[in-house]
Design a protein around this ligand. Sequence first.
Ligand SMILES: N[C@@H](CCC(=O)N[C@@H](CS)C(=O)NCC(=O)O)C(=O)O
Length: 208
Amino acid sequence: MTKLKLTYFDFHGGRGEPARLALSIGEIPFEDDRVAPSDWPARKANTPFGALPLLEVDGETVSQSNAINRYVGKLANLYPSDAWQAALCDEVMEAVEDIGSKIGATLFIPEEEKKAKRIELAKGPIPFYLTRLQDRLAAHGGQYFAANRLSVADLKVFVWIRHLKSGVLDHIPADLSDRVAPKLVEHYERVKSHPGIKAYYAKHGIEG
Ligand SMILES: N[C@@H](CCC(=O)N[C@@H](CS)C(=O)NCC(=O)O)C(=O)O
């Protein structure tokens, strides 16, 4: 049997979370390797591009979150087999990367700069991506982003909306997505209520 090890930081979110969710929904056994911040400097040099997540498959390593999402999506039947639907799924995952990178750039900067940058993000780029994702959802049937069924694109958007709604991002109002993109929040609730997602977070003792 193929041996899988998914390595990411030790929190319930971020770029590694969609793959954890996909593997769990697909009931595919994997080693959930969670890196503590104190261990990261020593491990960074052993990664292909100096970053996480990483997936090890029978000892071979692949990095880049969306490459990993596509791979585990195929294993878990959460990636469209149709080439066009697969492109729609990819489009959404890359869009979340675009906005996620902008938000990520504000994580470890001085407080004043962080505040200014986040206020700007909450005024422009975040509402832009929220409404455009909502439009793509509506254009593709309103329930899921591709092939009218759950895919890794839905998981990636779910993880992003969950992060926004959690309120952990200072200066970005936790209700921004509710105000700007209510249909996307309905989608978040739809994904959150999936039995596989509920089981995953119940196993980790958190609400989801
Ligand atoms: N394009 C990469 C970006 C990976 C990335 O920036 N990962 C962050 C965590 S989400 C990281 O490893 N940061 C620690 C570091 O860069 O030292 C991907 O999609 O996987």
